[in-house]
Design a protein around this ligand. Structure first.
Ligand code: PXP
Length: 243
């Protein structure tokens, strides 16, 4: 089980003063030193946290894997094709949202996404589609040759009690298995934290987790290296002895 850390919120803190600290590039290096397998950042259309300079420096600096989260819009696609991250994760993006709210509607935008995937593949950039754990979305993702899907765990994370949570976890589990059967790698992310991550980490068909807010929030209190190490230990231990 691999762990990629989303460092957007380091940039959010920097943007609170429109200054130059804390630097998400320095944070990425610390995450790697703590054992993270990859760094994720989301270059939004409104550049509310990560900006173009960050993505370029991250590309030059990090030694693991750069996953650029992005909307499939022409401006961001051309930046990504120029920077060549290891992986792009395509997400839906709305200006007003606080964070990515739902999965990508791959069935509806199949034609456009198929062309975008072809353009990235031509540059040897792998593509992941951030989708709700729904069969139709996974079918569409496989049909347009997505290398990977990231299953949206937000609904599971927001469940208020066990009765709500259990069926959502089962859905993630069965869709992770289904995605694997379709020949894609399966990641999971959104809203995962130190309290809800273990059941998801127990799902053997999930290759990787993408976690941001919980780790950065913990880092404010205990330091970034410790926060990353604690999450890594938690998911590694759970994978070895599933709950
Ligand atoms: N995966 C995707 C596609 C996301 O948009 C986000 C949020 O930026 C995450 C994972 C990480 O979510 P969180 O910050 O809640 O851990």
């Amino acid at each position: 089980m691999k762990l990629s850390i989303n460092i957007d919120h380091i940039a959010t803190l920097r943007q609170a003063r429109r200054g130059d600290e804390p630097d998400p590039v320095a944070a990425a290096v610390l995450c790697e030193l703590a054992g993270a397998h990859g760094i994720v950042c989301h270059l939004r259309e409104d550049r509310r946290h990560i900006n173009d300079r960050d993505v370029r420096l991250l590309r030059q600096t990090i030694k693991t894997k750069l996953d650029l989260e992005m909307a499939a819009t022409e401006e961001i696609i051309s930046i990504a094709l120029d920077i060549v991250p290891d992986l792009v994760t395509l997400v839906p993006e709305k200006r007003q949202e606080l964070t990515t709210e739902g999965g990508l509607n791959v069935t509806e935008h199949k034609k456009h996404l198929s062309t975008v995937i072809e353009r990235f593949h031509a540059k040897n950039i792998s593509v992941s589609l951030f989708v709700d754990p729904e069969k139709s979305q996974l079918d569409a993702a496989a049909e347009i040759h997505s290398d990977m899907v990231e299953l949206h765990t937000g609904e599971y994370a927001n469940a208020r009690n066990e009765a709500e949570r259990a069926p959502l976890l089962l859905k993630i589990q069965s869709m992770a298995e289904y995605g694997k059967k379709l020949g894609m790698r399966v990641n999971a992310g959104h809203g995962l934290n130190y309290w809800n991550v273990e059941p998801v980490a127990s799902i053997a068909t999930i290759d990787e987790m993408s976690i941001g807010h919980a780790v950065i929030s913990r880092a404010v209190l205990v330091g970034l290296e410790r926060a990353v190490k604690e999450m890594l230990e938690l998911i590694t231990r759970t994978r070895q002895a599933p709950i």
